[in-house]
Design a protein around this ligand. Structure first.
Ligand SMILES: [Zn+2]
Length: 385
């Protein structure tokens, strides 16, 4: 299945993926999800926040066991972040069926919409809307680099942005959620691991203003160049992050007007900050924000996955599977913070590289992930694996 998806949204020159939410590539992936659901006779449904669901059994009779992940990517991302979880979910259903397994609770597969926030700047838009963590009016106004809003994009795709928002009916169908995901660091040395917690993390937009002028006729002393303020902020972020033991990254920057021969008028730069200690992350942002024009675009407090479910999943997924914290945000974290029992299964990443075309998992480890996921689902569905 990963091979089927391999060409969708792939930059042939770099090998990186661009699967922005609601882009042609991502719409193709949605169509693939529908086909895979239909091929298995699952009841499929797109909720009003754009998340895709496929059900084995009727979740309105009894809340179900749900697994899945997301199909969108960061820009120039890898093949595994997201799709591995959705592909493994379909495979796990196949494994259970081949074994003659009949779930005593409904079993659902989900692909959450716009997990990475590559287009509109806000991660986990689909799960945040579903749970009500993201107010619909804020979601509708999210704007991409092209100036187009999420509401306009959804309307163009025949969806109703007025219907966005907390969806009690869909949430009530989710009894427990297990997300399988490629590990995004080098912390995992066994084929399969289980998440303990997701670090607190957030995104902040810094606007550094200056005065546009000619690069050849403006003396250095007369310049008001915002790139210098930006450069100082990048260096400061590194220093403060080292001092406080957290992570800080200016990974996205937009320069206006972006002419090689002009002093820019504006530099907008996005700070991503995370760490095990929430106070330290907040201190970092406060220090860097002093005297700057800063907007917080998203903030997710620490999420600790419920210990009993985590330990149960770890016992079944491995011998037992190692338990590790993660610095990466996930839909499972959003659901857990909204009070839905959630757990995560990680598949080993030999180099630890992620959000890059070099992201990789060995086929044997992916298969171990499917085996573990199938066993976990069988257990959660109330029967011995
Ligand atoms: Zn992901």
């Amino acid at each position: 299945m990963l091979e089927v998806l391999a060409g969708i949204g792939r930059n042939r020159r770099t090998g990186g993926y661009r699967r922005d939410a609601w882009s042609p590539a991502e719409l193709e992936l949605r169509e693939w999800f529908r086909q895979e659901a239909d091929a298995r006779g699952l009841d499929r449904h797109e909720d009003r926040n754009g998340n895709l669901w496929a059900w084995w059994g009727d979740p309105d009779r009894k809340p179900g066991v749900v697994t899945g992940s997301h199909l969108d990517s960061v820009r120039e991302g890898g093949a595994f972040d997201g799709p591995l979880g959705v592909v493994s979910a379909f495979h796990a259903v196949d494994v259970l069926r081949a074994r003659g397994f009949t779930p005593s609770r409904p079993l659902g597969i989900v692909s959450f919409s716009d997990e990475e926030g590559a287009r509109f700047g806000m991660p986990c838009v689909g799960s945040r809307l579903l749970t009500g963590i993201l107010p619909p009016e804020r979601a509708r106004g999210l704007t991409g680099d092209d100036g187009v809003t999420l509401a306009e994009v959804m309307r163009a795709q025949g969806r109703d942005p007025a219907a966005l928002g907390r969806d009690r009916e869909t949430l009530a169908r989710v009894g427990v959620f297990v997300e399988l995901h490629i590990e995004q660091g080098r912390a995992l040395t066994a084929p399969v691991g289980v998440a303990a917690a997701i670090w607190p993390h957030g995104r902040w937009r810094f606007d550094f203003h200056g005065t546009a002028d000619h690069a050849g006729t403006t003396a250095l002393a007369d310049r008001d160049d915002p790139t210098l303020k930006y450069a100082q902020a990048v260096l400061a972020a590194r220093g403060v992050a080292e001092k406080l033991g957290v992570l800080a990254t200016f990974g996205k920057v937009m320069i206006q007007p972006n002419n090689a021969n002009a002093i820019p008028s504006l530099v907008s730069a996005w700070l991503d900050a995370r760490g095990a200690d929430e106070d330290a992350v907040r201190r970092l942002v406060a220090e860097l924000s002093e005297g700057q024009e800063v907007v917080c675009e998203s903030w997710t407090p620490e999420v600790t996955f419920p210990a009993a479910l985590r330990d149960r999943v770890a016992a079944i997924a491995g011998h037992p599977a190692p338990i590790l914290p993660t610095g990466a945000g996930h839909d499972a974290g959003i659901l857990a913070s909204a009070g839905i029992p959630a757990a995560m299964v990680f598949v080993r990443n030999p180099t630890g590289v992620s959000h890059s075309p070099a992201e990789f998992a060995e086929p044997g480890d992916c298969a171990a992930g499917v085996t573990a996921l199938a066993a976990v689902l069988a257990d959660l569905c109330g029967e011995a694996p």
